[in-house]
Design a protein around this ligand. Structure first.
Ligand code: GLP
Length: 241
């Protein structure tokens, strides 16, 4: 695993954006696995800036997102569909048909998970998967568990994730209780993984994930078994290693 230590959020975002743009330049029709959350917003801003300067072309790039809340529509400003359009897709020249997220409005979990897993497989390997990390070590929405969940599946969000995400909703009651997410196996099939973390609040989980035992109780710890992982984090998130 490579670790890049950035001095702050801005530097972390630029570093990570550099890795994503290198991927796009090396392979213009690459498949990017994308993530939501507050962590990658600066990276997306940087990519938009480089696109506007004429340094990046998204016309052949294809994307698959990690996850989506179940039961909220695309128009809901808390849906990950909305987030991705707001923070990236609406600002670059990526064709709409090249971008993919789970359909949060499909009530039949088995049907939607099967469809999304099949779609990802049909695109070939994800060339570069971007990840954030939850305070409990979740990646995508793979919550701590007794087993590593394999493929795309529907999860019940843990209380700690509902608590962490309630800042985006009117109240904790409004946070959806379930989500569709790529599974650990889906994520581990990616050729390269880029994980980002910032802030002191992530320091414990970064230490536990990358320097502790590999266990489904800390889902991100499975990344120790992947052969091409880059962690880009600020000093605060790396302060306990
Ligand atoms: C959500 C997302 C994750 C993300 C995590 C951390 O639960 N499903 O993909 O990594 O939050 O969010 P943040 O980057 O805001 O700390």
């Amino acid at each position: 695993m490579r670790i890049y230590r950035a001095k702050d959020y801005e530097e972390m975002s630029r570093r990570a954006a550099g890795i994503v743009s290198a991927q796009i330049i090396m392979k213009p029709d690459c498949v990017l696995g994308l993530a939501t959350g507050s962590t990658p917003i600066g990276l997306y801003k940087q990519l938009i800036e480089w696109y506007r300067n004429g340094d990046l072309d998204f016309s052949a790039v294809r994307t698959v997102n990690l996850d989506e809340y179940k039961g909220i529509s695309r128009e809901n400003d808390q849906s990950y569909y909305y987030f991705m359009h707001q923070n990236l897709f609406d600002h670059v020249n990526i064709p709409a048909e090249n971008t993919h997220l789970p359909d949060g409005m499909e009530p039949d979990s088995e049907k939607e998970c099967g469809r999304y897993e099949e779609l990802i497989r049909s695109m070939g390997s994800v060339d570069l998967q971007l990840l954030g990390i939850g305070h409990n070590g979740h990646i995508g929405f793979n919550e701590p568990s007794d087993v590593f969940d394999k493929q795309v599946h529907c999860v019940n969000l843990t209380q700690s994730t509902i608590e962490a995400n309630k800042r985006f909703f009117a109240s904790a009651e409004d946070v959806p209780r379930q989500a569709y997410t790529m599974g650990i196996q889906t994520i581990m099939r990616s050729k390269k993984i880029l994980i980002m973390a910032n802030g002191e609040g992530k320091a414990d989980i970064i230490r536990d994930s990358f320097f502790g035992p590999i266990t489904p109780k800390v889902p991100a710890s499975v990344l120790q078994l992947h052969n091409d992982v880059t962690l880009v984090a600020d000093e605060a998130a790396l302060s306990k290693i």
